[in-house]
Design a protein around this ligand. Sequence first.
Ligand code: TEU
Ligand code: CA
Length: 554
Amino acid sequence: MSVQPKWWKEGTIYQIYPRSFRDSNGDGIGDLPGIIEKLDYLEQLGVDILWLSPIFKSPNDDNGYDISDYRDIMLEFGTMADFDQLLDNVHARGMKLVLDLVANHSSDEHEWFTQSRQSKHNPYRDYYYWRPPGPNGGPPNNWKSFFSGDAWTFDETTGEYYLHLFSKKQPDLNWENPQVRREIYESMRFWFEKGVDGFRMDVITLISKRPGLPDADFSNFWHTAETFYANGPKVHEFLNEMHNQVQRHYDVFSLAEGVGIKPENALEYVGEARRELNMLYHFDILQLTIPDGRFAPPVPFNLQLLKQIIGDWSSVLRNGGWVANALGNHDFARMVSRFGDPQRYWQASAKLLHTFLATLGGTLNLYQGDEIGMTNAHFAHIDEFDDIELRNYFREHAANMDPEKQHAFLLDIQREARDHARTPFQWSAEPQAGFTSGSPWLKVNDNFPTINVAAQEEDPNSILNYVRQLLRFRKAHPLLVYGDYELLWPEHKQVYAYLRTDGAQRLRVLLNFSGKSQTLDARPGELLLSNYPATKSTLAISLKPWEARIERVD
Ligand code: TEU
Ligand code: CA
């Protein structure tokens, strides 16, 4: 591999959703001192880079993805002194800290917007997209929001509409305005000067809108989001300017949330020569079972499609691009519930999914709680949900249904709800899973007495200890980061097998994505790691249900 080694390629990223990680002061909301309390745990897990979902001042309409001050800490999470202590403690351990830059939109409570909405001549007016009503007096065009309804809200004060691709409390920033870009770059410098090691960039592919804001076809929202909202005509101009003005002056990295980025256009964003962003995570696997969005009918898990996706993305790595591999984050239901078998093979399937992630080329990106196999929760009533995306969708579609229909509708749409990933981290079997001494902002999953860190800490066969072993193994085998990838038994419907090689060593990964034993017509290799106890080698490879094996082969 001609790839240039980098710390952000070899390091394992661990995403923390601070609101749900650990509450240190009993108000039921996770906070920065809570993260400091758990740095020993994170260091022992073996992760290298902590990505925190937004910690900036916010009214929390979308739990921090609506920023009202880009240079101050959210009240609920603590103070700037807490942040400085967290950053120092993380660096003292040789770990890195990455923040979440939400620059496509701000909060409507940001001073820029409170100014902007005051008058058409306010100096901040053009920080946002304001337009007069359309010919019929309604919104200026037919754009829809990710969070249901129109992407425009009418503002009485100046008799115009403002654009918000997400909630109405998340007005889109006008990146065509050089002053907006300067403000964002200044905010980035503020954190880089403090020593922050990079940014995950929220929906960064949406910052350039189609000129004239023309109508679009919204018959399939997610398709329109990926092909019309994303990858606008100036997105690369803006990102190149951001790189030249800010990023290139620091030893930092940028991780794009790659809405609309495919293997075909990935190198435009993350090709090293492009001097734009360093890596991206894509939605091809995250949306594998929900290709039309989380509330549309799901499609069955398709292993052949997963093999195809990994193959396509491995070409990006081969051609000088870089990706972060994730099976979950704060926007998706729990990976073991989505892609594993939490009922019959919870432990084996969780370990298999981690083995898959840890043996892929690119940067490994874990999400809090997946290392102990946290699962989806059960929500019985709409009031138990926090997420604005689901609550808006429910209100838009079910408000007038009779209670019985409403209940059925809620059971249906909660399958892929984002709240599943946001239930408090399960530390122990103590009240509220040891997350808080108060009452948690979101309910704790009922299974916390059995699924928690304390229960797994001393169990050598736990998911937690397997993940620790996996991360050590990955660190000891850089070919898993930089090596070549070759698919084996491509047609097999239940087994995903591939080679990772660097010309010296050849590691074969065997993953039985099924609840049935499978055999492969090949001699077993030298077993290095498995989620089952080693068995005596036979003439053929036999894989137990959800068995994952890493072997050395000649
Ligand atoms: O997510 C963008 C995005 O596409 C996700 O919101 C998700 O795919 C969506 O729920 C559509 O199904 C980013 C953040 O990760 C997310 O938490 C924010 O809600 C969103 O942007 C707005 O900032
Ligand atoms: Ca707290």
